[in-house]
Design a protein around this ligand. Sequence first.
Ligand code: AHR
Length: 340
Amino acid sequence: MGRKLVIGLLVIVMVLGCTHCSGQGEVLHEKKLGRSGGVSYGTDYITIGFIQTGKESDWRDANTKDYLNTFTKEKGYNLIYIDGNSDSRRQVKAMYDLISQGVDYIILDPIVEDGWEDALKLAQDSKIPVLLADRGVSADPSLYECWIGSDFRTEGINAARWLADYLKKNGRQKEDINIVILEGTEGASATIGRSEGLQEEIRKHDNWHILASECGNFTQGEGKEVMDQILEKHKDIDVLICENDNMMFGAMKAMTQKDVSYGVGGRVITISFDALGEAFENMIKGKLMASVECNPLIAGLSEKVIRQKEAGLEVEPIQYVEELVFTYENADKYIGDRKY
Ligand code: AHR
């Protein structure tokens, strides 16, 4: 109702000085009153502030594209896209800015779980529904509408179970197995969940030993750097688990440079998460042995929730996306259907 009231002329969308914003948030908009009493950006449009983590991985790029392609003007949305630039404080500040602008909804993909309580409380008091997408927060669930994303703990469990099956199939179930883990960003729910799931399963095998577990921040560059350092200290790695594909691509480069053989027929068993197109190419080549899917295409589910809210319907508080485990044995069968 209120978003139909035109009260002024033009305003520049100002979000954190906006040097990293892109999409429709960067252009000039007509100034109108939003439902929550603040500034909205077009008659009949639903204004959505989307706070992204940054650009740390190819998964992230696919996820951003999905949101930009889903919440379009043609479909009746004004999307204010904010690149968190891998900086939590920047994300929190963006949240306060969006609240003061009186957007209709906020979709938040938090870099880390902690530190969101106050901003979420203010959004709730300002009657702006917040949807969490991809990663979660440690704050009380009553402060947000719902969380849409992956079951990260199950992903970790699935990765370790694939390893157990593979070792068994190859008669290596009783051997001592030395594992290296490259973890994602500290405090991120993708890291917390995957690490928990992995540890839970690893503990079940007395002969599995973790040689090193280090943070590679979900980036390819840090994956390479951290693996370079690990290879200086450890020559006897049997398994490398990277908590995303991009860190694995970096780590593969480090192993190649140091003549460490990996993949099918090599010394190091390679497992990662996301199941990107490039991961499929590597699985087909036998370089990557398994990639546990993490589906970035969740904007459609977020839109569905917003439509439900607009219709006054109840919303499911936790919505997991369906995910599979892909391997060097089945990658060629699925590569043609991959969308990211
Ligand atoms: O939160 C999802 C994770 O974040 C993906 O696994 C990773 O690639 C991304 O950056």
